[in-house]
Write a protein that binds this ligand. Sequence first.
Ligand SMILES: C[S@@+](CC[C@H](N)C(=O)[O-])C[C@H]1O[C@@H](n2cnc3c(N)ncnc32)[C@H](O)[C@@H]1O
Length: 377
Amino acid sequence: MAKQTSEAFPMNGGNGPYSYAHNSTYQVILTAQREKASTELLIVLKEGVDSTKAKIQAAIAEKLDIKHLPSSLKTFTIADLGCSFGPNTFIAVQNIIEAVVLKYKSQGTFSSDVPEFQVLFNDHSSNDFNKLFESLSPEMPYYVVGVPGSFHGRLFPKASVHFVHSSYALHWISRVPPQVVDKSSPAWNQGRVHYASAPNEVLEAYSAQFSKDIQSFLDARAQEMVSGGLMTIIIPALPNETPVSQSTFGAVMDLLGSCFLDMAKMGLMSEDKVDSFNLPLYATSPKELEALIERNGCFSVEGMEALNRPMTHDAAYNAKLCLSHMRATLEGPIREHFGTEIIDELFHRFAEKSAMSSIFINSDGWAIDLLVILKRN
Ligand SMILES: C[S@@+](CC[C@H](N)C(=O)[O-])C[C@H]1O[C@@H](n2cnc3c(N)ncnc32)[C@H](O)[C@@H]1O
């Protein structure tokens, strides 16, 4: 089976302070507890996690049509696409399984007749799959398969998956649009590392790439999922009609970009090197995403809503959270382009600028986390 290529930018592996494992939501709550963070903060963080869980469970209770599945079904297959290596993926999978079991029981199925579960953990082959497998609890109520490869192409056999979940992964585009690093193109993104605050041509190039990626993602899932199968997607997005230049997401990208430019001015890297680097991240909007799903035509949109984002009005804490999350997720592509030597200096500058910036005071304009529920027609 020919695999679709997609550039891989794995999250920081291992267990270090900037590892993804230590900077995902669940771990952030544990760290906040250890640091005796304010009760207000802990409540906000926990509410965020609990409400996401409740919304996914409600979607399964209301939308999963198990009568549509063969009564002889022995294995219910769940795929988590862009799973990284935990702990979020384990929490999400556990949550989905509990809700599916409840759904079966609510329809009068005896416990012994509920299908067994198989979970397909997918990410790029460079993901820290060893850590994922090492972290699996021996008591997990499911069979495990690791599936390396890009979710922008086919990963599984036809009509073999009943439930697809993907969280905080689809905003990574499969490649930086070539025009933005082409000096002869009107979309050349000189002096910036992202499309925030860039001319419209740059934004259009990113948006076109995102659109292609979503089409190939949906085309592949349409083949792999059974009819009536459900998909839950959590994706960071901007509210409709919010220009990226007016969002906190855009402001953070600009802040990071300014650290690169400062370092280039000081001779710590060349301006050419900055001009040829762009972050492969795109923030869609509910309207744009819905139009792309409609254009694909294989899925019905069963729900689309913003989740509670676990952020507070504690500016210092928000800045710190942003720094560690940015480092855990973006260090990979930055290191690949600029080398390891610049990493500490870059994020040190970013921390200093963040501490002085007003952008973290009001977390409301940050971005939204969009929960999208799709059903395979
Ligand atoms: C921010 S992490 C999210 C991890 C986990 N889903 C969570 O919610 O914590 C994004 C993950 O998506 C993966 N990813 C991005 N693009 C991908 C692609 N085209 N195919 C497979 N995985 C991808 C990255 O490697 C990374 O592990």
